[in-house]
Design a protein around this ligand. Structure first.
Ligand SMILES: [Zn+2]
Ligand SMILES: [Zn+2]
Length: 138
């Protein structure tokens, strides 16, 4: 189950048009007033990646994303949720990429680097991966 969500999440998060509103809109939950930022994002663009079954998983993923963005809006202080890998939501963040400083768990980045070297988030070419441990002080 995590696996499907993680796949869908990485597809979505790697799309430059992806925005949380867009997916909320797709699922009929968005506030229509979100404005002009829907762009051309459509779940139909992902039929190669996402089946109907996957789309249900996307709904579950939306719950994660919504929760994450609420938390991000609510506080800038690190929380245990913020320490979760944003790719798999199953492990703690344990790696930081060079040069872009995005983060994931080591399992995700190590697996990803076997196939390509683009950052999950910004597509920068990853030139190195360093150990990441959460900032001390809580
Ligand atoms: Zn991970
Ligand atoms: Zn990056």
């Amino acid at each position: 189950m995590y696996c499907g969500i993680a796949q869908a999440a990485s597809v979505l998060l790697s799309d430059p048009c992806f925005q949380l509103h867009s997916i909320q809109h797709l699922l009929g939950r968005g506030e229509a007033s979100a404005g002009a930022d829907h762009k051309n994002f459509s779940l139909h663009s992902y039929t190669d990646y996402i089946t109907a079954e996957e789309a249900q998983k996307v709904e579950k993923m939306l719950a994660f994303l919504t929760e994450e963005s609420k938390q991000a809006a609510a506080t800038t202080a690190p929380t245990s949720e913020d320490d979760l890998c944003p790719i798999c939501y199953a492990h703690s963040i344990s790696a930081i990429f060079k040069p872009c400083s995005h983060k994931s768990c080591k399992a995700c980045i190590n697996q990803h680097l076997m196939n390509n070297k683009d950052c999950f988030f910004c597509k920068a070419t990853i030139t190195g991966v360093e150990d990441y441990s959460k900032p001390a002080g809580s």
